[in-house]
Design a protein around this ligand. Structure first.
Ligand SMILES: Nc1ncnc2c1ncn2[C@@H]1O[C@H](COP(=O)(O)OP(=O)(O)OP(=O)(O)O)[C@@H](O)[C@H]1O
Length: 199
């Protein structure tokens, strides 16, 4: 699959935060969104996800087989974790909702370093562990495009290395990714789009 956005403007309440955006991502390519607080990075991700309408321009996802399911994962600031639901149950819920097209629940928890916490209520996880659980959702359902908003928030050094590895593996499988972040992401050859100063 490839992603092409042309002449794209995005904003809130009809007020444009970023305009004239051009994005072209081929299979295996990733894009970092940079820019100060309020520049519109989250707004652009929501627009690419189809959760906000573009104010101008077009977004095309070419070469995706709709019968294979939705093209993208949107992973926002919130982890989507319910305190009283177990860790494995949480992931099982998401896999049931989104499709069991990736790793098993056990394998995904192992991958993100949460195998030992599988039976705990998710509310007992630390902030970084909850973020790891949110990232595990990307693994139990395979989708070609990952839209990630501050994915490294609360992750320790090992968690950031894990995130980089998951991203590199995803891109190596011809996936695509757009990542809004203030942090360094140790994945080679990511392109960068910097949005302007906050109003
Ligand atoms: N529902 C809304 N109505 C009006 N303005 C909004 C709404 N939601 C967000 N905004 C404004 O849009 C601007 C862009 O917000 P956005 O979250 O896209 O920025 P960001 O670049 O992701 O910032 P950060 O680096 O802090 O995450 C902010 O000034 C914010 O206050």
């Amino acid at each position: 699959m490839s992603l092409v956005a042309e002449g794209l403007a995005c904003g809130r309440g009809g007020h444009a935060l970023a305009a004239d955006i051009a994005i072209a991502l081929a299979p295996g390519q990733g894009l970092l969104l940079r820019g100060p607080n309020g520049a519109g990075k989250s707004t652009l991700l929501l627009t690419l996800a189809g959760l906000l309408p573009p104010l101008a321009g077009s977004i095309r996802y070419a070469g995706h087989d709709a019968e294979a399911g939705p093209a993208l994962h949107y992973c926002g600031h919130r982890n989507g974790v319910r305190a009283r639901l177990g860790v494995a149950q949480t992931l099982d819920f998401w896999a049931g909702l989104n499709g069991r097209t990736g790793l098993s629940i056990a394998a995904a928890l192992e991958e993100v370093g949460l195998a030992g916490a599988a039976g705990l209520d998710a509310g007992y996880l630390s902030a970084g562990q909850q973020r790891r659980l949110a990232l595990a959702r990307l693994l139990v359902t395979r989708r070609p495009l990952w839209l990630l908003d501050e994915p490294s928030a609360a992750l320790d050094t090992a968690g950031q290395a894990l995130l980089a590895r998951l991203l590199a593996d995803h891109l190596a499988r011809n996936g695509l990714a757009v990542i809004a972040t203030h942090d360094a992401i140790a994945v080679p050859d990511l392109s960068v789009l910097t949005l302007g100063e906050a109003a």
